[in-house]
Design a protein around this ligand. Structure first.
Ligand code: ATP
Ligand code: MG
Length: 416
């Protein structure tokens, strides 16, 4: 027997949730476009290599969370577990080196095989912003400004904190890496299995561990700021000057590292205490090494992704755009059905939102019209048809009036 449930960790989006998603996306789109970003839509699956090489073999995403399968032609493909790698791939596939800098935004489903819980799904949705080809701190400032504007436009800026860190340039990272290997190397018997693997491949990733034992060790681990060289300090200072100039509040969190391999310099998360354990709503950073890792020329990039489901929980009901209130056309008697269709069609052509109350008890149909928050009900029966009129009920006022069919749309539009 067919299973009628959705797959664990996936959800249908309908009703109020659908309106929320649409409202948030529209606001996101308008903010991103104000910064001259253009929409990009990449395929929801890519060659597995695209993600595996870039996200890093020791990342949770690659290790445990990717939906990977072999297609019928024997290709290894993966449902996108994040946006950046696919957008970087698209940037190179389309030869956009010629048109740098490129500013993109995107929105759509993301897939990760995670343990489903509140705020953590297997298919969820991200809004994503990327600036490719700008090595200067201005781009970091700009993507942070888009994030901050978005959260303000959604009316939730006051509940959210920006946590900011610098992961340094390659030289600073190398020094810090050595210090971490030395420190964590002294606790090999206490580290979680995952972190032991990270110790060799990418010790900085240990700082992102969610294991409780690891977290105790992390508390006393060396701090990255002690390993910053002058370039790293200068770059970070520029980012901070920029966001201070435009009035974005932030907190430095020197324990913040991103889960993926390709980040350098700026790393950030916007977090809230209003969502329980899954409090990060938006996260990102700079990824100057990414394109090279994928086999392309060295190209700077910076961007972020925000979780739609988490943002949708925070946004107030008042912000959500409601569907237009409909006019309900109700034929009374079988002979009225075709003329009623024609009336509905004409009203739609005039720009009104119209629903048909196909048949049944008139009282029940009016009840449903009220439930639909209809503005008007247009009743048409044999008697009205003969006289070229319809009975128009104003459902807000509880009044009714006969209107000639030729004036119907003008009358309704005039009384909105
Ligand atoms: P976490 O530490 O919570 O696993 P992450 O570092 O894996 O987060 P990112 O890859 O930075 O998350 O994704 C950006 C945003 O996408 C997150 O801040 C969050 O809002 C959202 N997100 C990530 N994973 C999920 C998920 N499984 N379900 C719903 N939203 C998610
Ligand atoms: Mg994760």
């Amino acid at each position: 027997m067919a299973r009628l449930q959705p797959v664990r960790g996936t959800h249908d989006i309908l009703g109020d949730k659908s309106l929320r998603f649409r409202t948030i996306f529209e606001i996101f789109k308008s903010v991103a476009e104000r910064y001259s970003h253009q929409e990009i839509d990449t395929p929801i699956f890519e060659f597995t290599e695209t993600f595996k090489r870039t996200l890093g073999e020791t990342s949770d995403v690659v290790n445990k969370e990717m939906y990977t399968f072999e297609d019928r032609g024997g290709e290894q493909v993966t449902l996108r577990p994040e946006y950046t790698a696919g957008i970087a791939r698209a940037f190179m596939s389309n030869g956009l080196q010629q048109s740098m800098p490129c500013k993109f935004y995107s929105f759509g489903p993301i897939f990760r095989y995670e343990r489903p819980q509140k705020g953590r799904m297997r298919q969820f949705h991200q809004m994503d912003v990327e600036i490719i080809g700008v090595p200067e701190a201005q781009a970091d400032i700009e993507v942070l400004a888009i994030a901050s504007d978005l959260l303000d436009a959604l009316g939730i800026g006051q509940h959210i904190t920006l946590e900011l860190n610098s992961l340094g340039d390659p030289q600073s990272r190398a020094g810090y890496r050595d210090a971490l290997v030395k420190y964590f190397g002294g606790y090999k018997n206490k580290l979680s299995e995952d972190s032991l693997k990270r110790l060799e491949k990418n010790p900085m990733r240990i700082l992102d561990s969610k294991d409780e034992g690891d977290r105790l060790l992390i508390a006393d681990a060396p701090r990255i700021a002690e390993y910053y060289n002058q370039d790293t300090k200068d770059f970070f200072a520029k980012v901070i000057d920029g966001i201070e100039a435009i009035g974005i509040e932030y907190q430095i969190n020197d324990r913040l590292v991103r889960g993926l391999d390709y980040y350098c310099h700026t790393a950030f998360e916007f977090t809230t205490d209003q969502l329980g354990a899954q409090g990060t709503v938006l996260a990102g950073g700079r990824y100057d090494g990414l394109m090279e890792m994928m086999g392309g020329p060295k190209t700077a990039g910076v961007g972020w992704a925000a979780g739609m489901e988490r943002l949708a929980e925070l946004v107030s009901e008042d912000l959500i755009s409601k569907p237009k209130r409909p006019v309900i056309v109700a034929p009374v008697g079988a002979d009225a059905q075709v003329p009623a269709m024609k009336i509905a069609h004409d009203l739609r052509a005039a720009g009104l939102t119209v629903d048909m109350a196909y048949k049944g008890n008139v009282g029940k149909r009016m009840k449903r019209a009220n439930k639909q928050n209809a503005l008007f009900a247009v009743l048409i029966g044999e008697d009205e048809m003969g006289r070229g009129v319809a009975m128009v009920k104003n459902l807000d006022q509880g009044s009714q009036q006969e209107i000639s069919l030729s004036e119907l749309s003008t009358y309704i539009l005039g009384s909105l």
